[in-house]
Design a protein around this ligand. Structure first.
Ligand SMILES: [Zn+2]
Length: 575
């Protein structure tokens, strides 16, 4: 994906009012200089979610959610980064810079979307004309509303129905082939890929058709399901069938149910459970796991109860573990022999299916069931084996309560502890703050002040000697100051956006969300004072260098002059 210029993002954020944006989705209450609300990202009774008009960013003291207008749209409206930018740009009437836009949405892919849409319309028309295809859906209780919602269709028998209807010239033939609707035989002859199948268009997160799944009508035919091949627009490992429809049907998605087949998704919808999605003939990938949790806090995986189903569940579990941040839950539901969600919901109705979901196995339990399935836990050997198996997977769980509990459970079962990730081991014993940590907290303090009031950076006069200081945090401070000088009007939110993809991001967000003690009017003095100290430390660092050189190699005339000057300056500033 082409990068959108930082300057554009800054402008966009400068023109966006985050209070207005969030206020149009979440009821905000004014409280002093900030606004507060019950957090839209976690369940709570008293409001701990705040939006700051001056910083142009939001923060939740309950769950730690925080960010800018862009990240709010990504998390609340569940948009991709580029789509969030697009949405904000539309709101304020800005145009995404042309070259970026062209690299993202090139005219060629526009044509491909159009070709897929035309094919989808063609299949829908054919469904209306085909008695046996309509009978297939009617037998399964699918009503006309649901047909329309999912854009269901039918690909006629024969080798050239679609080709004859849409492949009117060479260019369109090429397009249809590129989006995966044609096959080609050994002799180079091109023919319809989908023949005599009911058709399920696959939509992307913006509702555009990007591929198709086709199911046979005659149970003798094979393969039972056929999907479009991977194309420039369609990567099956990153898409979920039905997600578009789920997002249309729910203002807030409490849970997602992952099933295997298109008909399962549709049947659940039809019976009043509009939260099901299906992977597209693949195991659950880590991309899927992220996409699922970005849309809903609770995810239920449904599998057949047989050995193949168990294997698929293990795979899904492995993809999910690294995404188990606090606040997310995963469950596993194994279906009775010979049943699928489609047949179950038709027999038992929504409430029966719901009851099964309520009794689904939580990830924590499934994990240890799965790890210990062929291990004898009454022997030391067995315990050791379980521990060996579990540890690498446990290490992938992000920091938080869930990971702690899972590791604790391993100790309970085996008596062997899994080590917490590095960052979680308790801090080194408390000792009096060394000169080093004092210096670090000075830099940290300066950065914290800038993240409250970026304009403070404008008080400094270049050149800045502190840049030469060899201390952690100094390069970051220099970068922040340069950014602010470059764009004097920048808000805290926009500043944070510059670091969104960087490892410093979390630390910066934390500093920015602090309410600093003390009077705002005193911040300037505090800032200038700290900067003066950093300058002094830089001076001392250079003096020490020269003195060391004097001892080891001796100084030349130039060095001597410099040292004299520095000592002089130190004397003056000490006063
Ligand atoms: Zn929250």
């Amino acid at each position: 994906m082409a990068r959108i210029p930082d300057a554009f993002i800054d402008d966009l954020l400068a023109r966006t009012d985050i209070v207005e944006l969030i206020g149009s989705r979440v009821p905000l209450k004014r409280q002093g200089r900030e606004y507060s609300a019950r957090c839209p990202f976690h369940d709570e009774r008293s409001p701990s979610f705040t939006v700051s008009p001056t910083k142009q960013f939001y923060h939740c003291f309950g769950c730690g959610a925080h960010g800018t207008a862009i990240s709010f749209l990504m998390n609340y409206d569940r948009l991709e980064f580029i789509d969030a930018i697009d949405e904000l740009a539309k709101r304020v009437g800005m145009e995404i810079p042309r070259d970026t836009q062209q690299r993202n949405i090139n005219p060629d892919s526009q044509d491909q979307y159009a070709a897929l849409e035309a094919a989808s319309k063609f299949f829908q028309r054919q469904l209306a004309l085909s008695e046996k295809a309509r009978a297939y859906f009617e037998r399964r209780g699918v009503d006309a509303d649901t047909w329309a919602r999912f854009g269901l269709g039918y690909a006629p028998d024969g080798f050239s129905a679609l080709r004859d209807a849409l492949g009117t010239d060479e260019r369109r033939m090429k397009l249809l082939e590129r989006v995966g609707l044609f096959s080609r035989n050994d002799k180079g002859h091109v023919y319809d890929k989908f023949r005599d199948r009911v058709m399920f268009p696959i939509h992307d997160r913006r509702g555009r058709t990007i591929a198709f799944g086709g199911r046979v009508l005659d149970p003798e035919d094979s393969p039972k399901y056929l999907n479009s091949p991977e194309t420039a627009l369609f990567h099956k490992g990153r898409e979920l069938y039905g997600l578009w429809q789920v997002r249309q049907a729910n203002t807030r998605i409490e849970r997602l149910i992952v099933v295997e087949g298109y008909m399962d998704v549709i049947a659940l919808f039809q019976h009043g459970i509009p939260q099901a999605v299906a992977t597209l003939g693949t195991a659950t990938t880590p991309d899927h796991a992220e996409l699922l949790f970005r849309n809903a806090p609770d995810v239920y995986f449904c599998f057949d109860g047989d050995a193949a189903g168990r294997r698929a569940a293990s795979k899904a579990m492995e993809s999910v573990l690294p995404r188990m941040k606090d606040g997310r839950q995963a469950f596993f539901l194994f279906l009775p022999d010979g049943e699928d969600p489609d047949s179950l919901v038709r027999h038992e109705g929504a409430s029966g299916f719901d009851t099964r979901l309520q009794h689904a196995t939580p990830l924590s339990q499934f994990f240890y069931d799965d790890m210990g399935k062929d291990v004898n836990l009454s022997t030391l050997d067995g315990k050791a084996r379980l521990a060996e198996r579990a540890k690498p997977l446990l290490a992938q769980i992000p920091d938080g309560a869930f990971g702690d509990l899972m590791r604790q459970r391993l100790t309970e079962i085996t008596g062997v502890g899994a080590r917490a990730p590095e960052s979680q081991t308790p801090q080194v014993r408390k000792r009096p703050a060394s000169a080093q940590t004092q210096k670090r907290s000075l830099v940290r303090g300066v950065i914290a002040l800038l993240l409250q009031q970026p304009a403070l950076a404008l008080e400094l006069q270049p050149p800045y000697t502190f840049n030469a200081l060899r201390q952690p945090g100094i390069p970051l401070l220099a970068e922040l100051i340069a950014l602010i000088r470059d764009r004097p009007e920048i808000t805290v939110g926009a500043l944070l956006e510059h670091f969104a993809e960087r490892e410093e991001s979390t630390a910066l967000q934390k500093l920015a969300s602090q309410a600093l003690p003390g009077e705002e009017s005193l911040w300037r003095d505090e800032f200038l004072d700290a900067m003066a100290q950093l300058e002094k430390q830089t001076l001392q660092q250079r003096i020490d260098e020269l003195l060391a050189k004097q001892r080891e190699a001796g100084l030349d005339d130039h060095d001597k002059a410099e040292l004299r000057n520095l000592l002089q300056t130190r004397l003056q500033t000490a006063r």
